[in-house]
Design a protein around this ligand. Structure first.
Ligand code: UDX
Length: 427
């Protein structure tokens, strides 16, 4: 069993740490936020991620938490970097947290491998290698081991991945990282560091491309009377295409896709290449979030003074994460149009969107409304009595825009809603 240090107690770091501890390794988690470390030491999980709390608790004996880098590095064979790499003003990835970790290794005397879990531009590994060498840290190896975990299913994604990608400068380092994963049944893709970095960026870009593709197909379906849900089913059964990530809706959000697409776009541009397709994917996604406003205006005319419920705020269900969530753009646009916005989500909060009133229950959100927009497909929305809800609306036939094609159009119309979805014929 190995001793692993994980830098960064966010979604990626905590899941990585909990899963390695579950494989039997000794794991120490370092973060710079005292309140986060204090909470973890007290047995609290600072983020909402199904299964994570249980895993941290079960493996308590093999997990420790610290604010001191030196304490984490001491005796660790693997130094996992799982810090944030948010976009800078220019759209490039901000690697300052990565450099802080690398620079903090200055006094490390024991051999160890720095393993990059954070999503970084291609070329970062080479730069880190140079900096380590410049500091006389040739005994510290370097490997790229990108994560492919989605929020809400991150623990399962880590424990049962489609593949494990390892890129390293030295075979021995790649072997060591592979050995760390013994117990996980998945193919291992060994690559050079640059290719491992690119695999992560390309995989995300491919998934986003599928989403923007199906969203554009949906928009054409709307204009031509086809139904994108049936279309996606028929297309996805082609084995060469596959069914995943073909759910049309109001666009992707989250902590990865928007940031990583921008970073890849800038990486290409900085290397002198205009990544035309990726630019289109990003633009389609921006426009898709705003189409809902057009649908509401078509039905209601001006939105000034209209009471509109936003159902779901998180960028997807089973997370409290609202980073780059379509709900933020929608809420902002609705407020700008003068609407009276009531927002509901079981866990996520958007308190800082000026002019939005967040309520605690779906009932409260739906009271006396002119329209509702389903933004996030939370399972609780399947439990709503939609006929009763329609009878409590202000409008006689309230408008319902199902931004995730979650509900049954026929049932919704029979329940008294002027129901519209994304890419499905209006009637
Ligand atoms: C994603 C990748 O899946 C993961 O591999 C990577 O490591 C991080 O980014 P995540 O952001 O957690 O994970 O969520 P994901 O489930 O991929 O969904 C991203 C967004 O795409 C959500 O807003 C979701 O609603 C949207 N989406 C997804 C669609 O609109 N249609 C789909 O068919 C699938």
């Amino acid at each position: 069993m190995s001793r692993v240090a994980v830098f960064g107690a966010g979604y990626v770091g905590l899941v990585t740490a909990a899963c390695f501890a579950d494989l039997g390794h000794e794991v120490v988690i370092a973060d710079i936020l005292p309140e986060r470390i204090a909470a973890l030491r007290a047995g609290e999980v600072p983020i909402y991620e199904p299964g994570l709390g249980g895993l941290l608790e079960q493996n308590r004996e093999r997990l420790s938490y610290t604010l001191e880098v030196a304490e984490a590095v001491d005796g660790a064979e693997f130094l996992y970097v799982a810090v944030g790499t948010p976009p800078t003003y220019s759209g490039d990835a901000d690697l300052s947290a990565v450099w802080t970790v690398v620079d903090s290794l200055a006094g490390a005397t024991d051999p160890a491998v720095v393993v990059m879990k954070s999503t970084v531009p291609v070329g970062t590994g080479v730069k880190v290698r140079h900096r380590l060498d410049a500091r006389g840290l040739q005994h510290i190896g370097y490997a790229s081991n990108p994560e492919f975990t989605a929020e809400g299913t991150a623990v399962r994604d880590f424990q049962q991945p489609d593949r494990i990608v390892i890129g390293a400068f030295a075979d021995a380092d790649a072997d060591a990282v592979a050995a760390l994963h013994v117990g996980i049944d998945a193919p291992i893709v060994r690559a050079d560091v640059a290719s491992a970095e690119m695999i992560k960026l390309a995989a995300n870009a491919a998934l986003m491309t599928r989403i923007s593709f199906i969203n554009e197909i949906a928009n054409v379906c709307e204009a031509t009377g086809a139904d994108v849900v049936r279309v996606a089913e028929g297309v996805g059964l082609d084995r060469r295409i596959g069914p995943s990530f073909l759910r049309a809706g109001i666009g992707y959000g989250g902590s990865c896709f928007p940031k990583d697409s921008l970073a890849l776009k800038q990486l290409a541009a900085n290397s002198g290449y205009h990544f035309q397709l990726l630019n289109a994917v990003i633009e389609v996604n921006e426009l898709q979030k705003r189409r809902v406003i057009g649908k509401l205006q078509q039905r209601l005319g001006s939105l000034r003074g209209r009471r509109i419920a936003l159902l779901g705020l998180a960028f997807k269900p089973n997370t409290d994460d609202i980073r780059e969530a379509p709900s933020l753009v929608l809420a902002g646009r609705l407020v700008a149009e003068g609407a009276d916005v009531r927002a509901w989500d079981p866990v996520a909060r958007i308190d800082d969107v000026h002019g939005v009133r967040q309520v605690e229950t779906i009932d409260e959100a739906l009271a006396e409304i002119d329209a509702a927009v389903l933004v996030t497909e939370w399972p609780a929305l399947h439990e709503v009595d939609w006929r009763l809800a329609a009878s409590k609306a202000k409008a006689e036939e309230p408008v319902f825009v199902d931004g995730r094609n979650m509900l049954d159009p026929k049932l919704m119309r029979e329940s008294g809603w002027a129901y519209e979805a994304i890419g499905r014929a209006a009637q």
